[in-house]
Ligand binder design. Sequence first.
Ligand SMILES: *Cc1c(COP(=O)(O)O)cnc(C)c1O
Length: 384
Amino acid sequence: MGFNLPVDRLSQQQTPYYYYNMELLNATLDAVRTEANEYGFKVHYAIKANANDRVLGAIKNAGFGADCVSGNEVKKALETGFNSDSVVFAGVGKADWEINLGLENDIACFNVESIPELEIINELAEKKGKIAKVALRINPNVNANTHHYITTGLEENKFGINQWDLENVIEVLAQLKNVELEGIHFHIGSQITDLLSFKDLCLRVNELQKWFISHHIFPKVVNVGGGLGIDYEQPDENAIPDFKSFFRVFDEFLELKPGQELHFELGRSMVGQCGTLISRVLYIKNGVNTKFAIIDAGMSDLIRPALYQAYHKIENLSSTQATEKYDVVGPICESSDCFGKAVDLPKTDRGDIIAIRSTGAYGEIMANRYNLRELPSAYYSDEI
Ligand SMILES: *Cc1c(COP(=O)(O)O)cnc(C)c1O
């Protein structure tokens, strides 16, 4: 189900562009919904992974909530038609206008990351005569064993409230009249493929729940964030992540209290495999020991390889000749503008169509106009 279009159809569009396999997206959303419903878990989609209108529309129609990390994401969620009572808002640096926007729209929850933020939300809510629902984002000090740029649950990270601060936080909370504690929130990182990290998270949450209960605080919601990884090496073999095993870990190890809801914020795992960056070879250039395939997509279209040394599978859809090794690079004036080194591709020529796979998450949304390039466009499997 990964790739379902002949190259002659793909090559009719102006490259570079993102191609979305809508059948795969819908099948993935079905799988998430089915497996989460099995246990009554609620999933908010992390908009920051991909806010393309068609992708987001499909996710809204499938009945998921929205997890936002900026005021504009909150706006986008509401414009797309997500109900305000299924919109949650996280982030270490919420500006006053962003908090006000959330308050005016009565969003479900602010995930709060510090005492000063809690005080500002209280002050702004008081001005509007509202009670803001908040969850405390707690830093669980669990190692997600992923790239250090996308590890977020360690004490040295900027995210969340550290445990030694919790005593202070609940004292402050007791004083604030315009915030109401709704839940506790965690997010340990992204592209996590070892489910043991999630088991560790569950065990930490259980300990923290005991602490809260011993302080006579009973959070209604436990939100364990997102972070489930996808298989970048084998996008066709593992087109849909193993949501069954993922949710089972939480069912097995997280001790929910009676009446408590368990929430998730999945991003990458819901959209990662449905997107492919389609590009065309401009030139083949011979270096000293290396052959470069210079393509018309660059780090402005897909920044993950340059930013995180991320691996994406690269395929030449036009050629069936014997393979050779190429460094696949973009046209941008930076040596980091490289999608893969010593990549095995069938003998590649100018004009060949190159597919960079598994780019549905943190691809199009992170595109920028460096070198004054145009933003990449998007096409959909049910349109071309
Ligand atoms: C980015 C983010 C997510 C989603 O992470 P994925 O790895 O894409 O699933 C969830 N919650 C918060 C708070 C985030 O910042």
